[in-house]
Design a protein around this ligand. Structure first.
Ligand SMILES: O=C(O)CCC(=O)C(=O)O
Ligand SMILES: [Fe+2]
Ligand SMILES: [Mn+2]
Length: 221
């Protein structure tokens, strides 16, 4: 069990990087909250962080997001990517989105300093559609999802560097998501020390909205 990274839950295999309040929520969100560890090769991680570093370094860490959800961060909305990074983003698109979904462009890049964190929030339904997909770089972190109506229902995702997470449907609309601060960064019993983390986040447009119809998007969803 421990060796394979999977835990048998009745007949339902639960990956070792997902924990939840119970079998019902794990089963219900099985295809709605997905983590793919090792989605990026070491070379791909390096490609992305090298490309992002100079752009991020020009900015200063901020301590209040526009909606105060994010603390200790800097961010950019990036539309021009190297060919190598474009290939990675296309793999994300193919893995996370259906052919009918249009992606929000530009791509959101978020740099959380070691003491930075993201408070529980649901991404704006005005600006983001049904699917959110994020690559994690540099540091592991724990993403917690909590049902907005039933706080006893929760899921935790262990996001290792190089992993891809996908939130869609119910996981995206009915659950808040957050990135735990260093002091609270545990995956079950396992301490997950938070260092600086960069995430690269792709989102679909709200259904029925064309790429030109968005108006002025917020700095982040
Ligand atoms: O850093 C992440 O992976 C998530 C960021 C996030 O939740 C947001 O910008 O709305
Ligand atoms: Fe979010
Ligand atoms: Mn946000």
């Amino acid at each position: 069990m421990a060796g394979s990274g999977r835990l048998a839950l009745g007949t339902l295999p639960v990956p070792g990087w997902v924990r939840g309040s119970g079998p019902a929520v794990l089963s219900r969100l099985r295809d709605a909250a997905v983590v793919r560890p090792g989605f990026l090769s070491a070379a791909e991680e390096e490609t992305l962080s090298r490309e992002l570093e100079p752009e991020l370094r020009r900015r200063r860490y901020e301590y209040d997001h526009w909606d105060a959800a994010i603390h200790g961060f800097r961010e950019t909305e990036k539309s021009r990517w190297s060919e190598a990074s474009r290939a990675i983003l296309q793999r994300v698109q193919a893995a996370a989105f259906s052919s009918g979904q249009t992606l929000l462009s530009p791509v959101h890049v978020l740099d959380l300093e070691p003491r930075g964190y993201i408070k529980p929030h649901v991404d704006s339904i005005k600006f983001c559609g049904a699917t959110i997909a994020g690559l994690s770089l540099l540091s592991p972190s724990v993403m917690r999802l909590v049902h907005t109506q039933e706080p006893g229902e929760w899921l935790e995702l262990l996001l290792e560097p190089g992993s891809l997470y996908i939130l869609r449907g119910s996981a995206r609309y009915d659950f808040s998501h957050e990135i735990l601060r260093d002091e609270e960064s545990f995956f079950g019993e396992r301490r997950v020390p938070r260092r600086r983390r960069i995430s690269v986040i792709c989102r679909s447009l709200p259904e029925g909205m064309g790429p030109g119809e968005l108006g002025q998007p917020p700095p982040a969803c």
